[in-house]
Design a protein around this ligand. Structure first.
Ligand code: SDX
Length: 436
């Protein structure tokens, strides 16, 4: 980060001594005002619940321009990665900063493939859950549980441990998600088939059974691989910030990623794709397109507590570029699977059109985000709604790890420990119970 010639001067109207604050420039995007010495020099904290104006770190991994609707992974536009690369290439890019050359691609794919199996004990861990447990409850447990099996790679400060746990997590997430799915179905687990590509292997573990030969469907594999690429990383979102804060205590990588899984589950975050699809199904059941007006009215009524799930974003105040790519994937997949008249897709496009012309959404710069269309694609390729967020977690694992490793490798990093504005009771004495 480059010091700016411009300084910020903090002055106080009560004549307290003013303070100069350094400003730093990144390679692109907003400058930052360095407040690290503020408390020591003024005895005051900044106040920013929800971190609307706070940069928690400096990073070289992902850049988002919310006004332009731009998303870059290590400088590459998401549109180009979605078109020219596969998910494992994207993993290599996010982890090491560069797209692989032919040899690196071969070596990386082989490395990941050789770690796709999980310890046989994991299946007994699953047995502790009810069969109808939400897959994200299962995934939070399984991912945290990985730290019980890999004592040889839990020292987050050891670069070799960080490398092998990154590969293990990327390689094993598909296996764990598929196991959670099979467990819910009461079907036997399918072991990975190492001759398949990463994403084809995932569809095999999800949809194959021991009773018959299973051939991965290219349309499904390509759609899922694109879904993985679009969900791989997204700057300092809630779950990534959770992973960074959790990892800053020096805990092992598996525990830190499990914290990210737990945070992603929320409907305001990764749980929105499940909530968006349920919302579309509810509107469909209530009468479909002609019921959109009534639904939009409820959304505008603050007391209803109803939000248009899959719309709005803290950073994007323009169309989420991933939503555009997801909508394209919707068209391709539905057409290829002969579902082009899917009523839910038509309903989603009608809802999007109406919302984008409605002053309420225009004034608040609410556009569809990545979650608005992803559920329709996943439903079309046979992924159950309850598994949508687990698929999001599978894809985001590489982003979480890349961000965690970037933090740990930064010699300046410290344990994250925010302060507060205390508004509670000041010191008082305990009275005997008879006087309370
Ligand atoms: C993801 O951070 C990331 O990068 C996340 C993510 C990633 O890849 O990691 O992109 C993935 O989580 C995408 C977001 C998925 N969530 C949803 O689709 C849930 C619905 N969206 C909202 O909950 C909301 O838009 C958020 C949480 C996404 C963003 O909320 P903000 O930035 O805190 O905005 P806000 O709640 O302050 O909203 C501003 C205004 C409010 O109205 P007013 O009080 O100004 O009158 O817009 C309204 C909100 O009520 N609003 C919505 C709305 N989202 C915001 N109104 C109706 N429907 C919505 N979806």
């Amino acid at each position: 980060m480059t010091p700016s010639d411009v300084k910020a001067t903090l002055a106080f109207s009560d004549g307290s001594p003013s303070m100069d604050l350094p400003i730093y420039k990144g390679s692109v995007g907003p400058d930052v005002i360095d407040i690290r010495k503020l408390y020591a020099q003024t005895g005051k904290f900044t106040y920013d619940p929800g971190f609307l104006s706070t940069a928690s770190c400096n990073s070289s991994i992902t850049y988002i321009d919310g006004d332009k609707g731009e998303l870059l992974y290590r400088g590459y536009p998401i549109e180009q990665l979605a078109q020219h690369c596969d998910f494992l290439d994207t993993c290599h890019l996010l982890l090491y900063g560069e797209l692989p050359n032919a040899q690196q691609q071969k070596d990386f794919h082989k490395l990941v493939t050789n770690h796709t199996m999980v310890n046989e004990q994991m299946q007994f861990f699953l047995r502790g859950f009810r069969r109808d447990a939400h897959p994200m409850a299962v995934m939070t447990g399984l991912v945290g549980g990985l730290s019980a099996f890999y004592h040889d790679s839990t020292d987050i400060n050891n670069p070799q441990h960080r490398e092998i746990s990154a590969i293990r997590l990327i390689a094993k997430m598909p296996t764990l998600v598929a196991m959670a799915y099979k467990y819910a179905l009461g079907q036997p687990y399918m072991y990975p088939r190492n001759e398949l590509s990463y994403t084809a292997n995932f569809t095999h573990m999800m949809f194959a059974t021991p009773c018959e030969k299973y051939e991965p469907n290219d349309v499904v594999v390509r759609a899922l691989d694109r879904i993985f690429i679009l969900h791989a990383d997204h700057e300092q979102n809630a779950s990534t910030s959770t992973v960074r804060l959790c990892g800053s205590s020096g805990t092992n990588p598996f525990a830190a990623i499990a914290a990210g899984v737990a945070c992603l589950w929320g409907p305001a975050h990764g749980g929105a794709n499940e909530a968006a699809l349920n919302m579309l199904e509810d509107i469909q059941k209530a009468g479909g397109v002609e019921k959109i007006g009534e639904f939009i009215k409820q959304v505008k009524d603050k007391n209803s507590g109803i939000k248009l799930m899959g719309f709005g974003h803290r950073v994007y105040k323009n169309y989420d570029p991933r939503a555009k790519l997801m909508r394209e994937t919707c068209h391709e997949v539905l057409e290829a699977l002969g579902l082009e008249n899917d009523p839910l897709f038509k309903l989603a496009m009608a809802l999007e059109k109406i919302a984008l012309e409605d002053e309420y959404f225009v004034a608040r710069k609410l556009y569809p985000n990545v979650d608005f269309y992803s559920g329709i694609v996943q439903r079309a390729i046979g992924i159950p709604v309850s598994l949508f967020t687990a698929i999001f977690a599978l894809a985001r694992t590489v982003g979480w790890i890349a961000q965690l490793n970037e933090m740990i490798a930064d010699p300046e990093y410290k344990i994250g420990r925010p302060r507060q504005l205390f508004v509670g009771a000041t010191a008082r004495d305990v009275k005997p119970i008879g006087q309370r």
